[in-house]
Write a protein that binds this ligand. Structure first.
Ligand SMILES: Nc1ncnc2c1ncn2[C@@H]1O[C@H](COP(=O)(O)OP(=O)(O)O)[C@@H](O)[C@H]1O
Ligand SMILES: [Mg+2]
Length: 121
């Protein structure tokens, strides 16, 4: 399977304030599949996507992408995974507000190995 999340646990907070955003969650997605994750607000969708996108780490469980485990990657390896292997569209875009649209695109072209043509984009 392309994406495989198994027995995933993510807890925010401690003790009485602890919230289990992922409470032994499983997810399997085949290569090339388009998948919609539906659920009420607060059900853990963003938390799960943050794990798949290498933005955050699990407290327990397994996560593999195309057979490769994301568990135990160093911060640098996770940065490279985000840079080279995964695309992530944020709910609130996360553009840099002091930059123009063009400059926001250029930020990415500066760090990409094969940037798209700025004027075309
Ligand atoms: N950074 C955080 N600190 C504390 N609690 C959080 C944090 N992020 C999410 N949560 C909690 O985890 C649960 C799942 O949130 P989230 O993954 O954002 O759900 P969804 O995207 O489905 O709305 C919610 O109860 C939310 O309040
Ligand atoms: Mg969300």
């Amino acid at each position: 399977m392309f994406i495989c999340l198994k027995d995933a646990v993510k807890r925010y907070g401690e003790g009485e304030a602890a919230v289990y955003a992922l409470d032994h969650a499983d997810l399997v997605i085949g290569k090339g599949k388009i998948c919609v994750i539906l659920g009420p607000s607060g059900s853990g969708k963003s938390t799960m996507l943050n794990m798949l996108g290498g933005l955050d780490t699990l407290d327990a469980g397994e996560l593999t992408i195309e057979g490769r485990s994301l568990i135990g990657l160093t911060p640098k390896e996770r940065t490279l995974y985000r840079k080279e292997e995964v695309g992530f569209v944020f709910q609130f875009y996360n553009l840099i507000p002091d930059l123009t649209v063009e400059e926001n695109i250029e930020v990415v072209s500066d760090i990409s190995e094969s940037p798209l043509d700025l004027s075309e984009v």
